[in-house]
Write a protein that binds this ligand. Sequence first.
Ligand code: 0X9
Ligand code: CA
Ligand code: CA
Ligand code: ZN
Length: 467
Amino acid sequence: MNSRRLACALRATRVFIPVLVALVGLAPVAHAALVTVPYKGPRQIQDLEAHGAQVVAFTKEGVDIEAEGAALAYVLSRPYPVRQVPEIQGPFASPEAIDANLGLYHTYDETESALGTMVSTYPALADTIRIGRAYGPTFRNVTAIKISDNVATDENEPELLYMGNHHARELMSVEIPLGFAQYLLDNYGTDATVTNYVDTREIYIIPVLNPDGLAYVQANHTGPSNTWWRKNRRNNGNGTFGVDLNRNYGYQWGYDNIGSSGSTSSATYRGPSAFSEPESQALRDFCEEREFTCWLSYHSYGELLLYPWGYISAFTPDQNVFVALGAALAEGTNYAVGNPALGTIYLTNGDSDDYAYGEIMTKNKIFGFTPEVNSNAQGGFAPAESMIQPTFDLLLNMNLTLLEYADNPFRVLGPYEPGQYVVQAPYANGVNRISWTANVPGDPNPVATYDVEGCLDPSLSVDSCTP
Ligand code: 0X9
Ligand code: CA
Ligand code: CA
Ligand code: ZN
């Protein structure tokens, strides 16, 4: 029990009763509880995990932690507010509450057949590619769908990627990229924006990167969704299963034990070596074969939009691009945009976005972002099926904005300022002349027109000028 809190309660009789109730409600219990704590930095997370608590999700509101017994008592004893939140049951409260195919959510099999139907309905625009397979004995496909005009031809068009389900239980992360594929195909030829993007880009979408994990969740989704399976289904050989695919990428893999775990039983087990897993290998090989400029790797939950670095609290040399592109992508969502250096998320090593940006020897630099969709209040990993459409609608602008900048992500920075400007006053007949150098060489977003917005102190013969 927190003695400071008790002293406070004794002094202020008015709050005595509520505090007592809270203490009873939060007293160490045998069963697991989900609590939200404010984020204090990497050492806090390390400390809570060392005491047996499990980080479930990082959200705009704080860190959601699953703990029981002594671990829960430890979390509750911390000198910051700890809020207990109901364990999320959603439509999955019991096996009877949802059908064996996850209701409106797509299972692995349903995703495969939805992609097949897209190809047979739109053969000129869509084609599937098996980029890899999960472990035996299932050998489930890791399937990408390509969407572009003249889909059978590898044209000289910017390439970009949308992904979902690195983490098995994050059901909404399948629906957003899969729904986007359907949206592009259904609106091609009628919606001018969609038609233009499909004609000028090669769009790749992998709705399920972790097929075995998703199938495992389909078969085992009783109880609160924050206890469902996260990793792939590698047999670790010691009675434990699974590698966290989002800790298995090769850039700064295993950098430290804060951003990933070397323990096979951990939910963030990084695997025995970089790219040890067939699913992350599949994505690596696909990236080496193609020339993606940018991607969105969908996860849930937290209402965040994340970018590198993940492995250290530092900015990449292109922080300005990530800030500008992140703001454009998140427009209209209210998502928090950032990285560990900005306190937007905990540290992660071996994650997909660090590989996307950091690995430039075997592939080009990719501006990779991770949207964390939905909030705890919306249902966390298992929102009601009625949330699928509103979540898709909220993220449509993000998906379309990535298409807009896929030709050159640096374009989001806008045109360079004019290299040099000169004011001559008076030039002739009392008229001042302003001149500048247009279109600085190398500008990714060349200027179409300039507007002069103001001129400081035009009485001087030579002055600086605000373009
Ligand atoms: O821990 C993760 O892998 C992601 N969160 S989740 O709750 N879906 O597991 C966060 C990944 C962080 N990525 C970047 N900083 N780019
Ligand atoms: Ca279903
Ligand atoms: Ca094309
Ligand atoms: Zn995730």
